[in-house]
Design a binder for this molecule. Structure first.
Ligand code: GLP
Length: 238
């Protein structure tokens, strides 16, 4: 693991963006693994700026998002599909058919999850995967558990995750209680991983991720075994 301390959220976003820009310059048809939450917003703004300056293009990029809430239509403002279009996709030249966000509305969860895995495989695997981290060290929506969930799967959200994400909804009751997420082995199969974390409320999760034992109780700790992970953090959330 490479650990980089940024001086501010802006610095963190700029540094993380440089890793994505380098990837896209070297391989214009990169397969990007993308994340939601408040952490990546600054990074996406940086990428939009690089695109507007003509330094990068998304026209041959393929994207796969980590996760989605179960039951939210893509038109719902808190769906991750909506978030990604709002924060990044609507502002760059990515082709709609190259965008993949897990489907949160389905009749057969297993079939939907298997389909997502097959799509990642057919695209040649993820070149660079962006991650935030939950206060309980979840990545994607891989919550603390007895086992590392492997592939894309449906998951019950933990109470602390529902509480943390209630700030985006009107109330805790409105936060969906289930999600679909890439699994730990899906994430571990990415060639490169970039995890960003800002603010002191993430410190405990980060400390356990970097220095603690590798355990499914700390899902992000699996990254200790990933051959090319960079963690960029800063002390303040702004
Ligand atoms: C959600 C997402 C995660 C994200 C986490 C942290 O639970 N599923 O992918 O990393 O929130 O979000 P934030 O960056 O807003 O702290």
């Amino acid at each position: 693991m490479k650990i980089i301390e940024a001086s501010s959220y802006k610095d963190l976003s700029a540094k993380a963006a440089m890793l994505f820009v380098a990837q896209m310059v070297e391989k214009p048809n990169s397969v990007l693994g993308l994340a939601t939450g408040s952490s990546p917003i600054g990074l996406y703004q940086e990428l939009i700026d690089y695109y507007k300056k003509g330094i990068i293009s998304f026209k041959d990029v393929v994207s796969f998002n980590l996760d989605e809430y179960v039951g939210l239509p893509k038109t719902h403002k808190e769906s991750y599909d909506y978030f990604m279009h709002d924060q990044l996709f609507n502002h760059v030249d990515i082709k709609e058919e190259n965008i993949h966000v897990p489907n949160g509305i389905f009749t057969d969860a297993n079939a939907e999850c298997d389909k997502y895995e097959a799509l990642i495989k057919a695209a040649g695997g993820i070149d660079i995967q962006l991650l935030g981290i939950g206060v309980n060290a979840h990545i994607g929506f891989n919550e603390p558990s007895d086992v590392f969930a492997k592939k894309t799967h449906r998951v019950d959200l933990k109470e602390e995750t529902i509480q943390a994400n209630a700030r985006f909804f009107g109330s805790e009751e409105e936060v969906p209680k289930e999600a679909v997420t890439m699994g730990i082995s899906t994430i571990m199969a990415a060639k490169k991983v970039v995890l960003i974390a800002s603010g002191e409320n993430k410190f405990d999760a980060l400390e356990k991720t970097i220095n603690g034992p590798v355990t499914p109780e700390v899902p992000a700790s699996a990254l200790q075994y990933h051959p090319d992970t960079t963690i960029i953090f800063c002390k303040t959330s702004s």
